[in-house]
Design a protein around this ligand. Sequence first.
Ligand code: SAH
Ligand code: SF4
Length: 423
Amino acid sequence: MNIADSEKLAAGFTRLGLNETKTMDDATIVVINTCSIRQHAEDRAYSQLGRVRLQKEKRPDLKVAVMGCMVGPKTGDLKRRFPFVDTFARPQDFEPIIELIEGDENDLGGEFWPTTWSIPNGPTAYVPVVHGCDKFCTYCIVPYRRGRERSRPVNEIVREVNWLTNNGAREVTLLGQTVEAFGRDLNDSSEDSPDLGDLMRELSDLPELKRIRFLTSYPKHMTERILKAVADLPKVMECFSLPIQSGSDRILSEMRRGYELKEFREKINLVRSLMPDAGISTDIIVGYPGETEKDFQDSLDVLGEFRFDKVHIAAYSERPGTIAARTTTDDITAEEKSERLQRVEALSEQIGREKNEALLGSTQPVLIEGSRDDQFYGRTCSGKLVHIDVPVRIGEIVDVVIEHTGSYSLRGQPVDTLEALTI
Ligand code: SAH
Ligand code: SF4
């Protein structure tokens, strides 16, 4: 979501006649887009701000803005800590930044958000479809910073994706904190509201668009209707980012996640019965306040049971202002969190390796996303990263034979290259 926000602001700057500079030395304005999800993310923003402060000391006319989730409704503390920052802007509130460069928002073709689109950097692009979050999981800062759920109208999203494909995009990832919430707020009655499947159907009609991805999934909103759309529409990738957060019903209830393990299990079974080859990744938090060794063991057990393709692991980080920060004590020591994190990492690495090994020798259609150091890379339908040593065309879907597998990525050769070698 932050990448999408940064790209939108950059698109606005371009429309107002500004150019991107390679280094801060040549810039008239620097904008730091921040994340607050964990303390570590904030620390990274602080260290960037340290660099900007030095630059501002050298060049007092440099304009400095901070945007994103670090900026709450009250900015007094931030202003005191970072007096050299000229303006603070909340997520997707670009107005103060446009004012800082004395730009007129009307130059951006009316309201900034719906009509200013960025030129994609490559064949893949992110498209927010539902903003904000209404779930208020106890540990999470997002609803406080990004506000209530607001879906974008279907026709506006279709226009944006059409524009993106006219400018080189071949794949879009539809974004929402709980992406299946898309549409629920668009009509008075949820009966007549479009759902994520309807949106995917509309987007599937765009001829230049080859692949549609979506994240993040939320078990409670994953209806059979949406899952059938994912299974039936050939352009929609069978790839799910489905955070579980904990394997203990007690902790899930403490976190106010809104589901029990039983419901999560039913949803995963439904996904796998409709789409046996679906890729499923998850997120897990270790060291939530009061997490016992038994609760933690439950998390390890579900990882063994569900065998996710990838697990994003986070040590619990207390976020001031959240329900957990107000009502619990962050009582698991840093050492204990780190030890649990490593145990989850070891298990998920082993499962990831085994799941990837099963793909050895198979042929996978890979959308080539880019190249780095003479190596090309792209993703399979189920979302696995594939490296390719021979030149392939960026933006094309290439059939690749998988020759090596690791825990986190695959390596292979295009079928065409192998055929040419055998002739
Ligand atoms: N909307 C998504 C996730 C958004 S935040 C969902 O419902 O899961 C991305 C991930 O960051 C979460 O899945 C969670 O694992 C992690 N996270 C969020 N708040 C956290 C916190 N306070 N401490 C540690 N990890 C956190
Ligand atoms: Fe945060 Fe929960 Fe909303 Fe995800 S669903 S963004 S974890 S509050």
